[in-house]
Design a protein around this ligand. Structure first.
Ligand SMILES: Cc1ncc(COP(=O)(O)O)c(C=O)c1O
Length: 395
C-alpha cells in the first residue's frame, strides 16, 4: 500500500476480508478471538534492552501508556481499513485535541457540525492565539490569513443533519493555500467512504460510534499517510496520555470484524426510512405524516450533489445511517421519541440499535424542533410501523 500519496495501490483483499484477517500476522497463540492483556507493564528481557518483545503480537511493549498488545492490534486492523497509519485515543474528542495540538494551526476553518469539536478548539483558544473561521465563507479565511500550516476541517456527513460535504472541493481550496484538510469521517466509516482518495491529509473518527458499533465503548482515531506525522503523533500521545485501554481496544476489534456489513445495512435502512418520510412530505405517501413533520434531511436527498456526481463518487455504497427530521412544533419533537418503541431516546449514534434524540435536550444551539435519528439493524418495515404509530398518536 502506498501511503505517501493519496492513491491506493489495489489491496490484495477487500475491506470485509481485511477486517477479519488484517491482524492474522499477530496470531502467535491458537485463540481465534485475541486474548485480552490487562497488564500495564512488561518484563524487560535483560538489562541491555529497553523493552520486551511480547510474543502475543510480535511487538515490543514496555508500558501501556506507550503501547500495548490489544491497542496495537486495533491500530494494525484500522490501518488497513483506513489506508493510513492509525493512532488510537480514548475518545473522539481526545483525537481532535491531539490533532490540533500537533498541527498547531494559527487559523482553523470549520463548519457547524458536532458542537464538541468547537469546544476543543475553544480550549486551545484559551491557551493561545487561534482564529476560528467559517468553513463555508472563504472571505473569512482571507480575513484571518488562512494559509500554510493551517487547518481546513470538514465533517462529512455532518452531525446532526447527515448531509455530505464535497471533500475534493475543500481539499483543493486548502492545498492551494498550503493548509491541510482534516476530515471528521465519523458518520461515514470505511464501507461508505474513503476521505484519503478525495484529498484528506488527516482522517479522524469518533470510534465510539461505528467502530465500536454497540454503544459500549469510547474511542477516537486519527489516520495519516505521512510517516513523520504518524511518528510524532504517537510520541505526543505518550505524554498527553489519552490512550485507549486494553478492554476497550478488544471491544473495538470485536466490532470491526462486522463493520462493513453493519454500516452498509444501517445506511440502506436509513435511506429507506428517509425516502418514506420524504414521499409523505411530497404528497406521495402517508398523508397524516405531513400534519406533524416539516422537513427531513439526509445526504440521499441532496439532489444537486447527486446530479453533480461528486456525492455518488464520494459515497458509492450508501449515504450514511444518520438523518435529521424537523417537526412542525417543538412540543411534537419533544413527545415523538417517547412514543416510539424501537428507537431508544438517547444521545450518540452508531450502535446496532436505532436511537432517536430530541437534539435540543443536549445542544441548546439547535432548532428545538430537530430530531436526530441513528438507524440500526432492525427490520426497516418494523421501524416504519413504529414511527407510523407515533405519528398517529401525535395527530
Ligand atoms: C461527528 C463527531 N465527531 C466527534 C465526536 C466526539 O466523539 P467522542 O464522543 O468519541 O469523543 C462526535 C460525538 O458525537 C461526533 O458526532
Amino acid at each position: 500500500m502506498n501511503m505517501e500519496n493519496n492513491s491506493h495501490d489495489a489491496p490484495v483483499y477487500g475491506a470485509a476480508t481485511l477486517a477479519l484477517h488484517g491482524d492474522d500476522s499477530l496470531n502467535a497463540l491458537s485463540d481465534i478471538t485475541p486474548p485480552i492483556h490487562m497488564t500495564t507493564t512488561f518484563r524487560f528481557p535483560d538489562e541491555t534492552e529497553g523493552c520486551v518483545e511480547n510474543k502475543a503480537d510480535n511487538r515490543w511493549h514496555m508500558y501501556a501508556r506507550y503501547s500495548s498488545p490489544n491497542t496495537s492490534r486495533l491500530e494494525v486492523i484500522l490501518s488497513t481499513l483506513l489506508y493510513g497509519h492509525v493512532v488510537s485515543y480514548n475518545s473522539g474528542l481526545a483525537a481532535i485535541n491531539a490533532m490540533v495540538t500537533y498541527f498547531r494551526p494559527s487559523v482553523i476553518a470549520i463548519g457547524v457540525g458536532y458542537h464538541g469539536s468547537h469546544k476543543v478548539i475553544g480550549i486551545h483558544q484559551k491557551l493561545r492565539d487561534l482564529k476560528k473561521v467559517d468553513l463555508f465563507n472563504e472571505t473569512s479565511w482571507d480575513a484571518a490569513g488562512l494559509g500554510k500550516g493551517d487547518i481546513v476541517h470538514v465533517e462529512t456527513p455532518l452531525n446532526p443533519s447527515g448531509e455530505a460535504v464535497d471533500l475534493s472541493y475543500f481539499a483543493t481550496k486548502a492545498h492551494q493555500r498550503g493548509a491541510i484538510l482534516t476530515v471528521d469521517a465519523t458518520f461515514g466509516p470505511p464501507g461508505l467512504q474513503d476521505p484519503f482518495i478525495h484529498g484528506a491529509d488527516v482522517v479522524m473518527h469518533s470510534g465510539s460510534k461505528y467502530f465500536g458499533g454497540h454503544s459500549d465503548v469510547l474511542c477516537g482515531v486519527l489516520a495519516v499517510r505521512n510517516q513523520e506525522w504518524h511518528k510524532r503523533l504517537l510520541e505526543e500521545r505518550n505524554y498527553i496520555g489519552s490512550v485507549l485501554g486494553s478492554m476497550e481496544s478488544w471491544l473495538v476489534v470485536r466490532s470491526l470484524r462486522t463493520l462493513e456489513v453493519r454500516v452498509q445495512r444501517e445506511s440502506a435502512n436509513a435511506e429507506a426510512l428517509v425516502q418514506w418520510l420524504d414521499n409523505a412530505l411530497n404528497g406521495l405517501g402517508v398523508e397524516m405524516i405531513r400534519h406533524t413533520l416539516e422537513r427531513v434531511q439526509h445526504a440521499s436527498l441532496q439532489k444537486e450533489a447527486l446530479q453533480d456526481g461528486w456525492l455518488k463518487t464520494q459515497m458509492p455504497n450508501g449515504y450514511g445511517p444518520v438523518f435529521a427530521m424537523w417537526m412542525k412544533r417543538k412540543e411534537d419533537a419533544e413527545r415523538f421519541p417517547k412514543l416510539l418503541k424501537l428507537f431508544h431516546h438517547a444521545v450518540s449514534l452508531g450502535g446496532v440499535e436505532s436511537l432517536i434524540e430530541w437534539r435540543w435536550k443536549s445542544d441548546k444551539s439547535v432548532d428545538p424542533r430537530l430530531l436526530r435519528v441513528s438507524v440500526g439493524l432492525e427490520r426497516v418495515e418494523d421501524l416504519k410501523r413504529d414511527m407510523m404509530h407515533a405519528f398517529q398518536q401525535l395527530a
